[in-house]
Design a protein around this ligand. Structure first.
Ligand code: ADP
Ligand code: MG
Length: 373
């Protein structure tokens, strides 16, 4: 069990539906897509949590609800003692500073008419942090941190490369001192050659600034490299959740096993052991009854077709939503468990950094004689 004091952000039973078709007369016939179909998820303070799953399984929708970029149709999202799913935009405003997102596409997410300086400064203005000089100073510091210390502030986004733009996006997300940052496929639009640099930067900043990080990705290499825990989604549901090392070494859900089996393996003796998934992802507008994965599961049994399994936590914080995982057993351990000494060091750094970051933000707003929002 995760102690509640350790939880930074928690979704409880969140559901998000989108109406199908915007027909004025027929209202889409009342049909809808259930993009997120009842997810419970506690994000621990200071962790890096990865969310994986095929395209269309609801990862981005879940992320938007975690940050209250949209409200859930059902369920709750708890942050800072409030169910933020039910706050008004006005009530939400002071909390926005603490919840930030880094988008996938650094080309679409930066305003092409704003200069580098304006882009990074904007969150400080919006939240009334610091005076003009203090804001300038903070922008400079942030650019330094993301490796753009020598960039001219009067440049426009198109004058930067993809990797540089993503660094700008990161600087903007971090400038107002957030507690939680969600990266929605933060490197998948970038050249492979710069992906690792940006991932390393995110990790480094996470430790330095004491952030809690949620990373959405379909790249299991990224997960392995940076996540403390990983949640696996399938068709709007969380099907497995646990420590990264455990999930990679002992995946329980047949879907997780299939995902891991599809990863190219460096060792030829391990190749070809995995079973690949057959069939397409069913439509979230018409999910299969029972276990949503049963139409593609190599271990399907009768009850899987009618009874939906719940996400069941064991005592080691490894949760699985499968009727049969005990019978099926562990398959396809992919790579050896990663050493976690580095992870422990990062955690210790995190706490100290979190305190420094809070003090810096408090100081910069007090310098302006304003209350911290
Ligand atoms: P992922 O990020 O895992 O690829 P998304 O959360 O983007 O998945 O989408 C989940 C499902 O919800 C998909 O079927 C997608 O088509 C649908 N969806 C997402 N956003 C909207 C929207 N604004 N309107 C209608 N359907 C949406
Ligand atoms: Mg997405």
């Amino acid at each position: 069990m995760i102690r509640s004091a350790d939880i930074a952000l928690e979704a409880k039973g969140v559901v998000r539906r989108y109406s199908l078709g915007k027909g004025l007369w027929f209202g889409g016939g009342g049909r809808f897509v259930q993009a997120v179909a009842g997810v419970d998820l506690a994000v621990k303070r200071g962790e890096t949590l990865a969310i994986v799953g095929e395209s269309g399984c609801g990862k981005s929708t879940l992320a938007r609800m975690l940050l209250r970029l949209e409200a859930p149709d059902e369920g709750e999202v708890w942050f800072d003692g409030a169910d933020i799913g039910k706050l008004s935009e006005r009530q939400m405003r002071p909390l926005r500073r603490k919840l930030q997102i880094v988008f996938q596409d650094p080309f679409a997410s930066l305003n092409p008419r704003m200069t580098l300086g304006e882009i990074v400064e904007e969150p400080l203005r919006v939240h009334g942090l610091g005076n003009a000089a203090a804001r300038r100073q903070r922008v400079r510091e942030m650019l330094e941190l993301v490796g753009l210390g020598s960039a001219r502030l009067d440049r426009y986004p198109h004058e930067f490369s993809g990797g540089q733009r993503q660094r700008i996006g990161i600087a903007r997300a971090l400038v107002a001192g957030p507690e939680i940052v969600v990266g929605d496929e933060p490197v998948s639009a970038l050249d492979v050659s710069v992906q690792a640099q940006v991932i390393n930067l995110l990790q480094e900043l996470k430790a330095k600034l004491g952030l809690t990080l949620v990373v959405i990705t379909h790249d299991l290499g990224v997960v392995r490299h940076m996540a403390d825990r990983v949640g696996v989604m399938y068709l709007g549901r969380m099907v497995e959740l646990g420590p990264t090392d455990t999930i990679f070494a002992e995946p329980r859900h047949p879907y997780t096993q299939a995902l891991l089996a599809a990863v190219p393996k460096p060792d030829p003796r391990q190749r070809g052991q995995g079973r690949l998934l057959e069939g397409d992802l069913p439509s979230p507008a018409n999910p299969p009854p029972g276990c949503r994965f049963h139409t593609r599961c190599p271990h399907v049994a009768d009850r899987c077709r009618s009874v939906e399994p719940v996400l069941e936590d064991d005592r080691a914080d490894h949760a699985t939503a499968c009727h049969r995982w005990r019978e099926v057993g562990v398959r396809t351990p992919v790579v050896e468990a990663a050493p976690s000494a580095a992870r422990r060091r990062r955690d210790a750094l995190w706490l100290a950094a979190r305190r420094r970051q809070e003090a810096a933000v408090a100081a910069s707003s007090q310098a302006e004689g304003r209350h911290q929002p």
